[in-house]
Design a protein around this ligand. Structure first.
Ligand SMILES: Cc1cc2nc3c(=O)[nH]c(=O)nc-3n(C[C@H](O)[C@H](O)[C@H](O)COP(=O)(O)OP(=O)(O)OC[C@H]3O[C@@H](n4cnc5c(N)ncnc54)[C@H](O)[C@@H]3O)c2cc1C
Length: 396
C-alpha cells in the first residue's frame, strides 16, 4: 500500500501488512506510467505478469482453483488495487477485470466451471470479462433486454452488450441475459461465453478517456450449452449484484491509490517549484490545499477499509461499500484536480502523471454503479434501518 502508516490501522492482519509491502516492492520495480500505444498488447502483458508473479491468485476464490484463500479476501484485493493504481492505472485495470470477470464463477460456479476457468485466471493465462450493461440499460440493469431462450439442451442468445471492458481480448465473458422466468430482475440468467461461439461478435471497439480494451458485443442467435449457465435460471441478477458487491469496495481502493499518487506528485512539485522568492509549498494557500487533500484521502481510505473489513467478517456491506465507493471516487476527483492546479500549465501536459490521473479517475465515478446510484443505495439502506428500528420500538 502506498501509505505505510495506514497499515497500522486495526483493519489489517499480519498477512495484509506483508502483502502490502511485497506488492509495493514489486510495483515500484516493475510498473510505470508510460503511455501505451497498443492497450490490448499492454493489457495482455500485464495480465501475464500479474499472473506469473502470483498477484492474481487473490482475484479468485478457492485454494483448489488457484486462489490464495478459500473465500475472496476483500482487504487483500483492496490493498493490491490501491497499490497498483498508485503505480499504473492500466495494471490496476488488468487486475480488477480478472476479479470482476471471474467473480461470478468464484461465487456461483459449479465444480467443473471453477476447474475450467479459475486456475487459468489466477495464472494470468485466461482473460476475463463481465457483460451486464446494454446500450439502453446501464444504471437500470434489471431492465436489460438481451434475450436467452431455452432450446436444444441449451440457450440461444440474441441482443447486445456495451461498455464491456476486455471486450475483444477476453478468453471468456460472463454474460447476463433475460430468460424470462419472471418479470424484471427475477427473469435473468448468467452464462459463460467464449469468443469462438457461433453468432457472437465484437460489434465495435470503444475509445475512452483513459484507454483500455472496451467494446460493444453482439449476439445473433448465439447457442450456448446448458453447462455454461452460471447459477440457477432466473437468478442471474443476484449473481451480478453479489459479484459487484465484492468488487465495489475495491473500486474505492483504486480511487484511494490514484488520489495518494496525486498527493505525492503535488507535494514534490509544491516543494520544488520556486516563485515570488520561495517554494510554492511555503504559501498558506498551498498548505491549505495539501491539508485538505491529505485529510480527505484518509477519510476515504478509512471508509474503504471499514467496508472491506466488515465484508471479511461476513457482514452484508451493501451500504458501507456504497459509501466507500461514492466517497473515494468523488474525493479522488477533487484531490487530483487540486494536484493539477498545483502543477499549473505542466499539469495539463499530455503524459504528465497528474494529467493521466485526471483522465483515469473519471470513469470510476460512473462504472459499477454511478455516484447517484450509490446515493440511492445508501438512502434505501438507512431508511430501511430507520423504519425497522421505529417498528421494533413501537412493538416493544
Ligand atoms: C470505462 C467504462 C468501463 C465499463 N466497463 C463495464 C464492464 O466491464 N461491464 C459492464 O457490464 N459495464 C461496464 N461499464 C458500464 C457502466 O457500468 C455503465 O456506464 C454505468 O452503469 C452507467 O450506465 P450508463 O452509462 O448507461 O448511464 P445511465 O444509466 O444512462 O446514467 C446516466 C446518468 O444518470 C444518472 N442516474 C441514473 N439513475 C438515476 C436516478 N434514479 N436519479 C438520478 N440520476 C440517475 C446516473 O448516475 C448517470 O449519472 C463500463 C463503463 C465505463 C465508462
Amino acid at each position: 500500500m502506498a501509505d505505510r502508516r495506514a497499515m497500522d490501522w486495526p483493519f489489517f492482519e499480519a498477512r495484509h501488512r506483508s502483502l502490502a509491502s511485497s506488492i509495493n516492492n514489486w510495483a515500484t520495480k516493475t510498473l510505470s506510467r508510460v503511455h501505451e500505444h497498443d492497450v490490448d498488447l499492454a493489457c495482455k502483458g500485464l495480465v501475464r505478469r500479474l499472473g506469473a508473479s502470483g498477484w492474481l491468485k487473490h482475484a479468485v476464490g478457492g485454494r483448489a482453483f488457484g486462489g490464495t484463500e478459500d473465500a475472496i479476501d476483500t482487504r487483500a484485493i483492496c490493498i493490491l488495487r490501491e497499490t497498483l493504481a498508485y503505480h499504473s492505472g492500466l495494471a490496476d485495470f488488468a487486475f480488477a477485470m480478472q476479479g470482476l470477470g471471474s467473480g461470478a464463477i468464484s461465487l456461483f460456479g459449479t465444480e467443473e466451471q471453477k476447474k475450467k476457468y479459475l486456475p487459468r485466471v489466477a495464472a494470468g493465462k485466461a482473460i476475463a470479462a463481465f457483460a451486464l450493461s446494454e446500450p439502453d440499460t446501464g444504471s437500470d440493469a434489471a431492465a436489460l433486454s438481451c434475450a436467452a431462450r431455452a432450446e436444444g439442451g441449451g440457450y440461444v442468445l440474441s441482443g447486445e452488450k456495451t461498455w464491456i471492458s476486455n471486450g475483444g481480448i477476453a478468453d471468456f465473458y460472463v454474460v447476463f441475459a433475460r430468460t424470462g422466468e419472471a418479470a424484471g430482475a427475477r427473469g435473468i440468467s448468467a452464462f459463460v461465453i467464449e469468443p469462438g461461439a457461433r453468432g457472437f461478435a465484437i460489434a465495435e471497439r470503444i475509445e475512452a478517456i483513459a484507454p483500455h480494451p472496451l467494446a460493444r458485443l453482439i449476439f445473433r442467435e448465439c447457442f450456448v450449452s446448458g453447462a455454461q449457465r452460471l447459477g440457477e435460471p432466473g437468478h442471474g441478477f443476484k449473481v451480478a449484484m453479489a459479484t459487484l458487491d465484492v468488487l465495489r469496495t475495491s473500486v474505492a481502493a483504486a480511487a484511494v491509490g490514484f488520489a495518494r499518487r496525486a498527493l505525492a506528485e503535488a507535494l514534490h512539485r509544491a516543494t520544488n517549484r520556486k516563485m515570488f522568492g520561495q517554494a510554492l509549498s511555503d504559501f498558506q494557500l498551498t498548505q491549505a490545499k495539501l491539508a485538505q487533500m491529505a485529510t480527505s484521502i484518509d477519510a476515504a481510505a478509512l471508509l474503504t477499509y471499514r467496508a472491506a473489513w466488515l465484508r471479511d467478517q461476513g457482514h452484508n456491506v451493501t451500504v458501507e461499500a456504497a459509501m466507500a465507493k461514492m466517497t473515494a471516487t468523488e474525493t479522488a476527483q477533487h484531490v487530483i484536480d487540486a494536484a493539477v492546479q498545483i502543477f499549473g500549465g505542466q499539469g495539463v501536459k499530455s503524459g504528465e502523471v497528474v494529467e493521466q490521473l485526471y483522465r483515469e479517475i473519471r470513469p470510476l465515478r460512473i462504472y459499477e454503479g454511478a455516484t447517484e446510484i450509490q446515493q440511492l443505495v445508501i438512502a434505501r439502506g438507512i431508511l430501511k434501518a430507520f423504519q425497522e428500528n421505529t417498528h421494533n420500538e413501537a412493538t416493544r
